[in-house]
Ligand binder design. Structure first.
Ligand code: TRP
Length: 334
């Protein structure tokens, strides 16, 4: 019998998920849930590190993101969906791990550094925010996760987690903690915003959400940024750096037709509206079943919450087992 690999993944519930999340990670989770033991975490405690003054927002988005998960087809029978704050074990682990990490090391985590700049925290950055990579190490190790599917920006987190694992196992002469491998998903694609900016994000207001209605999606695609120099239909247009074509590359299953369209656009004679019409067609086809599943689940938000609470119980019992091994290794097994 082959044992399934353990996967831990999750999102900060600070906003609804968009098609960038879908092609960047959600699709990959649908594959992983078939072959691995997957835990999917609604990282509300991590979300609070930069939203501590807006707990209502985090609370609302826990439910929204859970709905997004179910809508794309995460199956609670295959993936354990859980709420981070319901697992106190994670925070106990965090405190123990903090002893094994230097302040200097935390200050040099490139992702944290970048976020501090972006959010303008400067020297007033909270201690909670500074140590969130350690809390993330607790998330990963509590499940003895072997695989952590992440985007590039999360690589430093997995690295730091593995350092903690090695440090812990060495100091306490044990092997209870397991190193994880960061998996940059093969099928992951990165979508720019509909405004042509490098990143699709809620704060930039340039995202297409999984929860958007068909009308809203249609409008957003119609208004998408294209090649700004492609003024008349007969003008030659640029495909590179044109988000409409970036999206088609990801969503259009008919690659032959896409190559023809690209050639035609470059030559001139192909209007943006025609290309956008094709994009709307393929994006709506992909989103429609997701919208339908979402509508089903939305009818009973209480039941959705029950699924997640049940998942949290399952997750907590796994974390509790690891915690008891950790406590034993640390001579805390009273
Ligand atoms: N840092 C992740 C994000 O910003 C969320 C997260 C928290 C996470 N803990 C994790 C992801 C553990 C993978 C593994 O989206």
């Amino acid at each position: 019998m082959t044992t399934k690999k353990i996967v831990l993944t999750g999102d900060r519930p600070t906003g609804p998920l968009h098609i960038g999340h879908y092609v960047g990670s959600l699709k990959n989770r649908l594959i992983l849930q078939e072959t691995c033991t997957q835990f999917v975490m609604l990282a509300d405690v991590q979300a609070l590190t930069d939203n501590f003054d807006n707990p209502q927002k985090v609370r609302e988005n826990v439910v929204e993101v859970a709905l997004d998960y179910l809508a794309v087809g995460l199956d609670p029978g295959k993936s354990t969906i859980f709420i981070q704050s319901l697992l106190p074990q994670l925070f106990e682990l965090t405190l123990y791990y903090l002893n094994l990490v230097t302040w200097n090391r935390l200050k040099h985590n490139p992702t944290v550094k970048q976020e501090i700049t972006q959010k303008g925290y400067g020297e007033s950055v909270s201690a909670g925010f500074m140590v969130y990579p350690v809390s993330q190490a607790a998330d990963i190790t509590a499940f003895k996760a072997e695989i952590v599917p992440v985007g590039e920006d999360q690589l430093p987190m997995v690295e730091q987690s593995n350092e903690i694992v090695r440090h812990f196992n060495r100091i306490y002469h044990t092997n209870v903690l397991v190193e994880a491998e960061a998996l940059i998903p093969k099928i992951a694609a990165r979508l720019p915003g509909i405004d042509g900016k490098a990143k699709m994000s809620k704060s930039l207001g340039n995202a297409i959400y999984l929860s958007d209605t068909a009308d809203v999606v249609a409008k957003k695609i119609k208004g998408m940024y294209t090649d700004p120099n492609h003024l008349r239909v007969e003008d030659p247009g640029q495909v590179e750096g044109n988000p409409v074509f970036d999206y088609l590359e990801v969503f259009d299953p008919d690659k032959e037709k896409l190559e023809e369209m690209k050639a035609h656009y470059r030559r001139g004679g192909l209007g943006d509206s025609v290309v956008k019409k094709r994009l709307a067609e393929v994006v709506q086809a992909e989103l429609e079943p997701i919208r339908q599943r979402r509508a089903q689940f939305e009818k009973d938000r209480g039941a959705v919450m029950q699924l997640v609470l049940h998942g949290s119980q399952r997750a907590a019992s796994v974390a509790a087992q690891t915690l008891s091994e950790v406590r034993k290794a640390m001579c805390l097994d009273y």
